[in-house]
Write a new protein. Structure first.
Length: 431
């Protein structure tokens, strides 16, 4: 049974799990709320971003009862509730637990799984990885050792199109014909495992990471010392065993989210893809998305690009719903000026932010740019994208704009406090 929790960190169960690294993993969850300038924050993990309409209604009710009423999408397909009042932790946990959103209090912050959001929906003939998603989540929640993972550790389940494999997960499964490729960290060498064994292999890979993580204090594979990181694939192969010989498969340099609009799929059904400007959904917008989902398969899939996929609609229903979603301010086509625009929460929600970057991003929205742009209120760049993008960071001297390509970036340009000049510089960089 789910234990009722306060706003403070929960008391861990006696699980026999490996000790977590020292230093305090402050990554927020639902049972461990984060104090922000606009109130407490809860991050609700949704493996694969998948929600039933009943769960979506429960999240909306919780946002209205305990928080600011809005639902904030994250770069991992999760939902954040903001503006939470003091002392609401136990009631919030109880409400979300009854909706099936907290299957294990000991694992709630480690259920970080992104999955290809169009898997099984677009008729491309790629494998449907839903069984991997449910299998990995169940295996994760059943593992005592997995409670030692940090709230930042990430799994990716890719159906072969390369979308979520590009997101820099710690452990990735990539569908490849009738089998799965297992990637650990950013290593281009991957192991081939039977498709049916893929969730178990991913869990064993994560558990193998915990040994060197405990010794080094690393939260993620990329944080391990060079020697430990180089030795990890071999330890994973030993634990998973027997695996095929390692093969080379480079991780895609950039992720390509589902294009906004309708997607034709099997059985004459259509999925709708909608982007959410700055990942922020008002109650009416969330309610509308839930209503559309109810007319389809009864499911919402939140994407790591702060969007929503609504599967299983008849073609006529999809066309009508698309017009309704566009009228509600959502991104429903590739020509929206909001396409590719993102921002952290900024001021006044975050005490570390030096600017109201969401308002600045909105003021600078103009012609559609070739490259995505992400506005950050400080050097932490919370929630920034991967691959190639335009990085706009508020500083004490104004805003620094740079072009990021993978791990490198071009020389930055600094724009002082001039909104018109800032918008022009960002537009030029995106072009």
């Amino acid at each position: 049974m789910l234990a009722a929790m306060s706003d403070s960190a929960p008391s861990p169960r006696s699980t026999g799990a490996l000790p977590v690294p020292s230093g305090g993993d402050a990554c927020p969850g639902t049972l461990r709320l984060h104090r922000a300038d606009d109130g407490a924050l809860a991050r609700v993990r949704l493996p694969g971003g998948v929600l039933t309409t009943a769960q979506a209604e429960a999240l909306l009710a919780a946002a209205g009862r305990f928080g600011d009423g809005e639902l904030h999408l994250t770069s991992r397909g999760n939902v954040q509730l903001r503006g939470l009042g003091p002392g609401c932790g136990a009631e919030l946990a109880g409400a979300l637990g009854r909706a099936g959103l907290l299957p294990s209090d000991a694992h709630e912050r480690v259920r970080n799984i992104v999955a290809s959001p169009l898997s099984g929906l677009d008729g491309r003939g790629l494998p449907d990885i839903r069984s991997w998603l449910t299998g990995l989540d169940a295996a994760l929640c059943g593992s005592e050792h997995a409670t030692g993972l940090s709230g930042r550790f990430l799994f990716a389940l890719d159906d072969g199109r390369g979308d979520v494999d590009a997101l820099g997960a710690d452990v990735a499964l990539i569908a490849d014909g009738g089998s799965a490729l297992l990637r650990v960290g950013s290593d281009d060498a991957v192991f081939r495992v039977p498709a049916a064994d893929a969730p178990r292999a991913a869990l064993l890979a994560a558990e193998a990471f915990l040994g060197p993580a405990r010794e080094s204090g690393a939260w993620r594979v990329k944080d391990l010392p060079d020697g430990a990181r180089a030795a990890l694939p071999g330890e994973v192969a030993r634990r998973v065993g027997p695996v095929g010989p390692a093969v080379h498969r480079a991780r895609p340099p950039a992720a390509h989210p589902p294009a906004p609009g309708p997607v034709s799929g099997p059985h004459g059904l259509t999925a709708l893809c909608a982007g959410v400007p700055l990942g922020r959904l008002a109650p009416a917008q969330w309610r509308l998305l839930t209503d559309v989902a109810r007319r389809g398969s009864g499911e919402l899939r939140l994407t790591p690009w702060r969007g929503v996929v609504l599967p299983g609609l008849a073609e006529a229903d999809a066309a009508e719903a698309l017009r309704t979603l566009a009228g509600a301010g959502l991104i429903t086509g590739p020509d929206s000026p909001w396409t590719g625009v993102g921002a952290c929460i900024g001021h006044p929600g975050c005490a570390k932010s030096l600017a109201d970057v969401r308002a600045e991003a909105g003021a600078a929205v103009g012609p559609l740019g070739r490259l995505p742009v992400y506005w950050s209120g400080c050097e932490r760049r919370c929630g920034h994208p991967h691959g190639e993008w335009i990085d706009v960071v508020a500083t004490g001297d104004g805003h620094r704009i740079s072009h990021v390509r993978g791990d490198g970036r071009e020389a930055p340009v600094t724009v002082r406090d001039d909104p018109a000049a800032l918008a022009a510089a960002v537009a030029a960089a995106r072009a």
